[in-house]
Design a protein around this ligand. Structure first.
Ligand SMILES: NC(=O)c1ccc[n+]([C@@H]2O[C@H](COP(=O)([O-])OP(=O)(O)OC[C@H]3O[C@@H](n4cnc5c(N)ncnc54)[C@H](OP(=O)(O)O)[C@@H]3O)[C@@H](O)[C@H]2O)c1
Length: 325
């Protein structure tokens, strides 16, 4: 554990979490509340994800989350809800500098000249003049109705250089990638980068725990962010019914979702559970360290079945390669 999480800032509180307590702080027993990025910025370890959080519900979810103590919202231009998220951030009264806001550059905007206008659109909608983190959403440069740009997809260095410029301009504090495999990360970082990717946001769940990528990322000082951490819509029920998850929940007196979210943080990743249900938003923020034997039991169960990834939009995008190859 010490080795796993070395370099991280810890918050230690004693006692078991009050599930669903809704208090404006998190009960954490020796789990990191933040990770420190190469820039020195501290990224909160638990975020509210807002993909598929629809109109007239995402704003309430953000306000509920901020009241419950979240200080990290994981959004994207393509989620088409940035204006409502921005309004909720404003209405919450929580100072801008206290909230970590992530957005993502969509596939259609990878050409250097398209990046700043896309970022500006996100900034305007979110009602802020900077992002804490801006990610290349997918390793694919493709405008609507056109074939993909092979060169820019294989070597997104021109895209990255523009992002670096936006860091220097102060519009973005940290830059990173999402859905990049090791080969793509190595290709990108073989370029003479001013700023290395600060994070890689990827699918990680009980069904697709990605232990090799996690190990490689730790060895290379790259923080992973776990998306679809509960298995995503359609698989959440199965996740919460995994026998080991249920047993650990019972033993610790916490909910199955709290077991899974805690496990993610304990593995050393940022975790991005999405919910628009107020009680679940509160529940998901209450993480705690699992005792080592229980953590290992869940890790063993998650990594010993056949990996089962959920998200692969390659076919839907009509590209002639697998986005994860
Ligand atoms: N970079 C990428 O390409 C990418 C891709 C996918 C996701 N993401 C990010 O990751 C976030 C999370 O991923 P996701 O939405 O796919 O999956 P998820 O967080 O694993 O699952 C969300 C589903 O779980 C339900 N849920 C949440 N908490 C629950 C609880 N305590 N008990 C029971 N059900 C619960 C939600 O329902 P309700 O909302 O109805 O409560 C929703 O149906 C996204 O919002 C987004 O920010 C990024």
């Amino acid at each position: 554990m010490v080795v796993l999480l070395s370099g991280l800032r810890y918050v230690a509180r004693s006692g078991l979490p009050k599930c669903m307590g809704g208090r404006p702080h998190r009960n954490i027993t020796s789990l990191p509340s933040h990770y420190t990025l190469p820039s020195g910025d501290k990224i909160p370890s638990v975020a509210l994800g807002v993909w598929r959080a629809g109109p007239n519900e995402v704003g309430e979810a953000v306000k509920t989350a901020l009241k419950a103590g979240y200080r990290h919202i994981d959004g994207a231009w393509i989620y088409r809800n940035e204006a409502e998220v921005g309004q909720a951030l404003k209405d919450s009264g929580v100072p801008r500098e206290d909230v970590w806001i992530t957005s993502k550059l969509w596939n259609t905007f990878h050409a250097p000249e398209d990046i700043e206008p896309a970022l500006d659109d996100s900034l305007t909608k979110l009602g802020t003049d900077y992002l804490d983190l801006y990610l290349i959403h997918w390793p694919l440069a493709k405008k609507d109705g056109q074939p993909y740009d092979k060169n820019l997809t294989e070597n997104p260095y021109p895209t990255w250089q523009k992002l670096e410029e936006l860091v220097e301009k102060g519009k973005v504090r940290n830059i990173g990638v999402s859905n990049f495999n090791i080969r793509r990360l190595q290709n990108l970082t073989a370029n003479p980068l001013k700023f290395k990717p600060a994070v890689n946001q990827v699918e990680i769940s009980y069904w697709f725990p990605q232990p090799e990528l996690l190990k490689w990322s730790k060895e290379n000082n790259l923080l992973l962010e776990a998306y679809s951490p509960l298995g995503s819509e359609g698989k959440v029920k199965d996740t919460l019914n995994v026998p080991e998850v249920k047993e650990i929940a019972k033993e610790l007196g916490i909910t199955p979702a709290q077991v899974v979210i805690s496990w993610h943080v304990q593995r050393g990743t940022v975790v991005l559970p999405k919910s628009v249900t107020p009680s679940r938003v509160v529940e998901n923020y209450q993480v705690r360290a699992l005792p080592p034997a229980l953590f290992e039991k869940l890790e063993e169960a998650a990594t010993s079945h056949k990996p089962y990834p959920r998200l692969n939009p390659s076919k839907g995008w009509g590209i002639d390669f697998d986005i994860f190859d």
